[in-house]
Ligand binder design. Structure first.
Ligand SMILES: [Fe+2]
Ligand SMILES: [Fe+2]
Length: 163
């Protein structure tokens, strides 16, 4: 969400969304590790709580992205923007720091993420193109239907006035 008059509540909802989303992934990660350690009951507690964190995150998204503001094209455009930011700005900067700090494992992992983000951006871009084409075709079909309806209506009212 980019808005110059961004309210503090919007910022808070974004931070809360980030926190709940991270809790979800972290608990699933912990659950996996618990299962490896044989602590299956603890894993279950993490998994069930993780599912609730997903609902908490989604509740914040409902407010941040009201349904009537989202079109298919807009969602794809936002996804492309996010992925592009990751592989063109965020990860390259992080990679630079990791190199400076000789964090070799992080450099290797970041390189993989750069490739993944790039692939995600490309896939979303290709999907957007298809969606736009489909939307244009649908608009043409709807126009044709509307015209046919208008013509029929015109004929009908002409007949009505004849009789
Ligand atoms: Fe929560
Ligand atoms: Fe991604």
């Amino acid at each position: 969400m980019v808005d110059n008059n961004i309210s503090q509540t919007v910022k808070n909802l974004e931070a809360a969304f980030a926190g709940e989303s991270m809790a979800n992934r972290k608990y699933l990660f912990f659950a996996r590790r618990c299962r490896e350690l044989g602590a299956h009951e603890v894993a279950e507690v993490f998994e069930e709580t993780a599912a609730q964190e997903t609902e908490h995150a989604l509740a914040h998204l409902e407010l941040l992205y009201p349904a009537d503001t989202l079109s298919v094209e807009k969602m794809l455009a936002m996804a492309i923007e996010g992925e592009t930011h990751e592989y063109t700005e965020m990860y390259p900067a992080f990679r630079h720091t990791a190199l400076e700090e000789k964090a070799h494992a992080a450099v290797a992992e970041i390189d993989e993420q750069i490739e993944e983000s790039k692939m995600h951006a490309e896939r979303f871009t290709a999907t957007l193109k298809i969606a736009e084409k489909r939307f244009a075709a649908l608009t043409r079909i709807e126009e044709r239907h509307a015209n046919r309806y208008r013509n029929t209506l015109a004929k009908f009212s002409a007949q009505e006035s004849d009789s």
